[in-house]
Design a protein around this ligand. Structure first.
Ligand SMILES: Cc1cc2nc3c(=O)[nH]c(=O)nc-3n(C[C@H](O)[C@H](O)[C@H](O)COP(=O)(O)OP(=O)(O)OC[C@H]3O[C@@H](n4cnc5c(N)ncnc54)[C@H](O)[C@@H]3O)c2cc1C
Length: 284
């Protein structure tokens, strides 16, 4: 439980962090909340030569709400996302999802940027940002670039981030009036991570689905968009029969993960059940 030796630098600007990262990106790790990285160092699952602490970078902090949407700095903690009144007035799904993450200790230190960059297949925020149709802003030696959240996650613990890049912020377009979001998950009983998590955003017009987005986490190698359920429901009533059919289609979409906690068949069934529950809750 003792990490290998490493150099430690606390960056004071984003540019300094990018410069430091440029020197030897493969042997360097960024430290945000530390609630994933520090256990990995102690278990020697990671042994970087240099640790860049980005925890003090003002550029990566804060929640800003504008007419076009919401910008969340990468260093915003789960607890801050839970507590922000302006954010939760716009998008109450943040409070709801944050309340389901782990325990108060983890929520007080863990950051949304750290969670997304780490791309644990069982993390909660990936499913939520996919359903919110967010964009991830990435800072690197060539400046800033943006990637749709649905294209950000590549595989287990793998994203489109290059080793010399830093996840800077998350941008969520303002949803159309009347859009409601819900995140549901089946928690792993020990860690609280999602065995399966389903995030749904839906806008109804006279009971008919005008727009819908679905994000799935926990079930597969990485979070993904529930296209088949959304395509099936668009233009239809959110009736019990249609909900059942959409949930079934979604559960058949992907090759689910299988581990000692949950088989692939069990996870597929949880996709069906949690999608049904989320859509039923949003139908009334
Ligand atoms: C007991 C326990 C229970 C947990 N339960 C849950 C849960 O129920 N749901 C859930 O979603 N999560 C859960 N987590 C994970 C928790 O949310 C982590 O805090 C989070 O995944 C990582 O955020 P962090 O800020 O701590 O990142 P760190 O640990 O600092 O970093 C994690 C990784 O991301 C990289 N990184 C961090 N920030 C950036 C950035 N801005 N740009 C590029 N790379 C970056 C780091 O280099 C590192 O590789 C749990 C963790 C613990 C310890």
């Amino acid at each position: 439980m003792i990490p290998a030796a490493f150099y430690y630098v606390r960056a004071s600007t984003l540019n300094q962090a990018i410069d430091l990262l440029r020197d030897d990106p493969d042997e360097t790790k960024l430290l945000a909340g530390g609630h994933t990285l520090l256990p990995a160092l102690k278990l020697r699952l990671a042994s970087p030569a240099l640790l860049i602490d980005i925890g003090g970078l003002a550029e990566l902090k804060g929640i800003a709400i504008s007419k076009t949407g919401v910008r969340i700095g990468a260093l915003t903690t789960h607890a801050e996302l839970f507590a922000s009144e302006p954010l939760n007035k716009e998008l109450p799904v943040f409070r709801q999802a944050a309340s389901l993450i782990a325990d108060p200790q983890v929520r007080n230190r863990g950051t949304i940027g750290g969670s997304l960059a780490n791309a644990d297949p069982a993390a909660d925020w990936p499913g939520v940002v996919v359903a919110l149709q967010a964009e991830i802003e990435i800072a690197g030696p060539n400046g800033l670039r943006r990637v749709a959240a649905r294209d950000f996650f590549v595989d287990i613990f793998s994203t489109v981030l290059e080793p010399n890049e830093i996840l800077a912020s998350i941008h969520i377009p303002r949803p159309k009036a009347g859009t409601r979001f819900l995140y549901r998950k089946i928690r792993h009983p020990a860690s609280g991570f999602a065995v399966v998590g389903i995030a749904v955003g839906v806008r109804l017009q006279q009971g008919v689905v005008a727009e819908i987005s679905v994000g799935v986490t926990g079930a597969a190698n990485h979070a993904f968009v529930g296209h088949r359920a959304a395509d099936f429901l668009t233009g239809k009533m959110l009736s019990r029969e249609n909900i059942d059919q959409a949930a079934k289609l979604l559960s058949e979409t992907t090759e689910c993960l299988s581990d000692r906690y949950a088989s692939a068949e069990y996870r597929a069934n949880l996709i069906r059940i949690e999608t049904t529950r989320a859509l039923l809750a949003l139908s009334s």
